[in-house]
Design a protein around this ligand. Structure first.
Ligand code: NAP
Length: 252
């Protein structure tokens, strides 16, 4: 397999958690992968090393997805170093410590929407420019990583986060219709409670264990379980699926 041409995928936030598991699953499925990250270069390079060990190509790409210039530069670099992308996984996302809306600063809300919404929109825009047959591309898949928070609104925890993911789901529905005739499928996954560092980093280290009993399957999910769904939505195995929002939440 070493050195053979492969489909190219871009995974934002591919250095840790769900994104790192998505990169791994894509590489195992024969993809070359651009691993986006924000600040943890060591984690990103470790993910790249695991992809290369599978005989696939990978590059670590540092960027803030909320910065237009950096997003455009990411796509330029991928095109030059790996080739035309066939998949984008809009996975980079942030939450914040639990808070009621009446205690939230404008800065917090702005940052939430900058990363989770503007970031995903800019990456999707560049993906359409790169993949749409309308622009001379050969089609592809976009997968947006939403959250089960959109079903409950996350009161007294992070309604800003839930609303930002709501925007991502509407982007999924609209863009699927806008670009379906141009060879692009757009879908989303809606993970439930997944065991990653995101909880501990936002003052809720016990969240997966605390909420396990509220999940019909009785446990938090693993990043690999979300990655399997994302990988399927990137692949031709889901060739007639577009505009779908797939719950990966243990029945919750
Ligand atoms: P995580 O472990 O905190 O990883 C977040 C990733 O996003 C890291 O690779 C991080 O890079 C990157 N990132 C953060 N801010 C960024 C920015 N401004 N620009 C570019 N990259 C940035 O998170 P996770 O739990 O795997 O979550 C991944 C996605 O799943 C998020 O969209 C999250 O909302 C969603 N989700 C998670 C859960 C859950 O329970 N874990 C549930 C539902 C949905 P650095 O490490 O370099 O900072």
């Amino acid at each position: 397999m070493l050195g053979t041409m492969a489909n190219v995928a871009i995974v934002t936030g591919g250095s840790r958690g769900i994104g790192a598991a998505v990169v791994q699953a894509l590489a195992e499925g024969g993809w070359d992968v651009a691993v986006g990250y924000h600040s943890d270069g060591e984690a990103a390079r470790a993910v790249v090393g695991r992809v290369e060990a599978l005989g696939r190509r990978a590059i670590a790409c540092r960027l803030d997805v909320g910065d237009e210039e950096q997003v455009v530069a990411l796509f330029d670099r991928v095109r030059t170093q790996l080739g035309a992308p066939r998949a984008l996984v809009n996975n980079a996302g942030i939450v914040a410590p639990p808070s009621r809306l009446d205690d939230m600063s404008a800065e917090r809300i702005q940052q939430m929407f900058k990363v989770n919404v503007l970031g995903a929109f800019l990456c999707a825009r560049e993906a359409v420019r790169a993949m749409s047959t309308h622009h001379g591309g050969s089609g592809g898949a976009i997968v947006n990583v939403s959250s089960g928070a959109t079903k409950v609104g996350s009161p007294a925890e992070y309604v800003d986060y839930a609303a930002s993911k709501g925007a991502l789901e509407v982007l999924t529905l609209g863009l699927a219709k806008e670009t379906g005739g141009e060879g692009i499928r757009v879908n989303a996954v809606r993970p439930g409670i997944i065991d990653t560092e995101i909880h501990a980093r936002n003052d809720q280290p016990d969240k997966p264990a605390r909420l396990a009993s509220t999940v019909p399957l009785g446990r938090a999910g693993s990043p690999e379980e979300v990655a399997a769904a994302v990988c399927w939505l990137c692949s031709d195995a889901s060739s007639y699926v577009s505009g779908a929002i797939l719950d990966v939440a243990g029945g919750r």
